[in-house]
Ligand binder design. Structure first.
Ligand code: NIG
Ligand code: FE
Length: 411
């Protein structure tokens, strides 16, 4: 952001600040990449408009959306498995037969770094077009040090190509690669002793994730990965209690985990452990929907213990081939009975916290100006209707990166 970038002023906004919708219309000023001022419109000191560009009037302003759990970088697709599931095969059966995650591993290993980038770009563009300004991208379809690092490099490059913030997560412990069949402990040792150090040395990783499940890795194995991550100063998170209760969320809480994700089978003890540690509960209704799950995450307990609920797309080729954040808002309300306010906070303030970036996902003076202006009357409409094209402006780091009216499209 150059020091001469214009100050931008919006008037008469209905403003959702990341946690709540403000009671009266708001004027908002952005300068030097940051939110510089917020006033109720009727109290706006007109002198502040001096020299500012009038960027818009009316509409709903939210923080830029934060998608805190994605597997966006991968090659190929799993439409054939989608058809198998329609004929009655389960996700776990397909995985046990060498399909599922491993079929994407084969395609991802075979793809060059440039091919991987080219295949991932349209998915990323779809997220941007529906308001995302920060997202997390996991590895986990390489399952060798070289291929995991290739995925992470692609993730970093995507962040350089488009106007958004990307955080990277090493998910080496996603599935057992075929060359380690029968030796999952040996593979975990590779993740801990080779993969994590190599990703750290290359500056490619911001956090470490594991898939703790009876079709993936045991709690004891996941704990070894957490310990290795912590030796390298990396925060941890976990794919937890998606298909069964493994106690993985409580385990992650013991390691001050940023978040426990999925959590359909989470029990009260796990919720309490998360509350005590400040671990965020990340809900992934896209996977619940795609797998036609029936076990609901313990929303009432999460509310009771005031565990922050983040919400993410889980964009991935198997269980959530969905790159449409406002659909994720709708799914959270329709399937999990979140309120629209909870869903929006889940994709802004709480999602940012799940990334260890509490400075993002809020509209407050001094915060980075990552913002979305929507063509709706009230925030609840974003979760209520499933409709692309409602983004009027996207503001990234204080500059308008997309504007429907002015036809600005920074790509
Ligand atoms: O978040 N749970 C495991 N990992 C992904 C699914 C990945 C895949 O099937 O490719 C998830 O649901
Ligand atoms: Fe996932």
């Amino acid at each position: 952001m150059s020091p001469s970038a214009p100050r931008l002023l919006w008037r008469e906004l209905c403003l959702f600040d990341g946690l709540t919708t403000l009671a009266e219309p708001i004027n908002l000023l952005v300068a030097d990449g940051k939110v510089a001022g917020l006033w109720p419109t009727r109290l706006f000191p007109e002198a502040m408009a001096e020299g500012a560009v009038e960027a818009g009037r009316g509409g709903v302003m939210t923080p830029g959306l934060v998608d805190c759990h994605t597997h966006l970088v991968y090659a190929g697709n799993r439409a054939a498995e989608f058809e198998q599931r329609l004929e009655g095969a389960s996700y776990a059966e397909i995985a046990k037969a060498g399909g599922g995650i491993l079929s994407t591993v084969r395609a991802t290993r075979a793809a060059s770094e440039d091919e991987l980038l080219a295949q991932s770009l349209p998915r990323l563009q779809a997220l941007l077009d529906d308001g995302v300004t920060t997202l997390e991208i996991k590895s986990g379809y390489g399952l060798s040090s070289a291929d995991e690092l290739k995925m992470l490099r692609v993730a970093r490059r995507l962040g350089e190509l488009l106007p958004l913030r990307i955080t990277t997560t090493l998910l080496g412990a996603h599935a057992l690669p075929p060359e380690f069949a029968g030796d999952s402990d040996g593979y975990i040792a590779l993740v801990c002793n080779e993969m994590i150090p190599a990703a750290v040395a290359a500056g490619l990783v911001d956090a470490v994730d594991v898939f703790c499940e009876n079709i993936a890795f045991s709690p004891a194995q996941c704990e070894l990965v957490f310990q290795a991550a912590q030796r390298h100063g990396l925060p941890i998170k976990v794919h937890a209690e998606q298909l069964s209760n493994q106690g993985a969320s409580a385990l992650a809480a013991r390691y001050q985990g940023l978040s426990a994700d999925h959590i359909e089978f989470l029990d009260e003890a796990g919720v309490q452990a998360m509350a005590a540690a400040g671990t965020v509960a990340t809900l992934l209704p896209g996977a619940f929907y795609t797998l036609r799950e029936t076990q609901l995450p313990p929303i009432a307990l999460l509310r009771q213990y005031a565990v922050p609920m983040a919400l993410a797309s889980d964009a991935n080729p198997g269980t959530s081939p969905i790159c449409f954040p406002t659909l994720t808002l709708n799914q959270a309300c329709t399937l999990f009975r979140l309120t629209p306010r909870e869903a929006l906070a889940g994709m802004t303030a709480h999602a940012a916290r799940a990334l260890g970036r509490a400075d993002l996902g809020r509209i407050e003076v001094g915060a980075p100006a990552d913002l979305c202006l929507w063509d709706v009357q009230q925030p609840a409409e974003l979760a209520y209707a499933v409709q692309p094209g409602r983004l009027r402006q996207r503001i990234f780091n204080g500059a308008i990166s997309y504007s429907k009216e002015a036809n600005i499209h920074a790509r």
